[in-house]
Design a protein. Structure first.
Length: 126
């Protein structure tokens, strides 16, 4: 067995460190690329909740609000409730921004609860 020289030991250590660094840096990129599967779109709903009519439906099209709403539109008494879909699949609205919920219907109900009878005002477009 040949003797290991200091140069060979340092070269091997550098190679292992480089491999570990590349693997660590490449792992998040690979998982982010693999996580780009579309999430299922919720179905349509139309109901009266606590005396308020809430409606929701998938929408198609483009624009700022379509992107944040995840392709879904919710109306409370005919006024659009602006939604945003989080990366983990939960939903938040402009009314209950810090309370993520599992579905757009739950976001609409949370907004009605938070409004406590007040009218939802139209949110100005940016």
């Amino acid at each position: 067995m040949p003797d290991i020289t200091r140069r060979r030991a340092l070269t091997a250590t550098a190679a292992l460190a480089t491999t570990a660094a590349v693997t660590t840096l490449a792992a998040p990129v690979a998982s982010a690329a693999g996580h780009h599967r579309p999430m299922p779109m919720p179905g349509t709903f139309d109901e009266v909740y606590k005396g308020r009519r809430i409606q929701g439906r998938p929408v198609s099209g483009s624009g700022h609000h379509h992107e944040h709403g995840g392709g879904y539109q919710v109306l409370v008494d005919g006024v659009q409730l602006h939604l945003m879909r989080n990366a983990d699949g939960t939903w938040i609205s402009v009314v209950s921004h810090y309370d993520p919920v599992s579905t757009p219907r739950a976001a609409a109900r949370a907004a009605v609860d938070e409004l406590q009878g007040a009218a939802l005002l139209s949110f100005p477009a940016n």
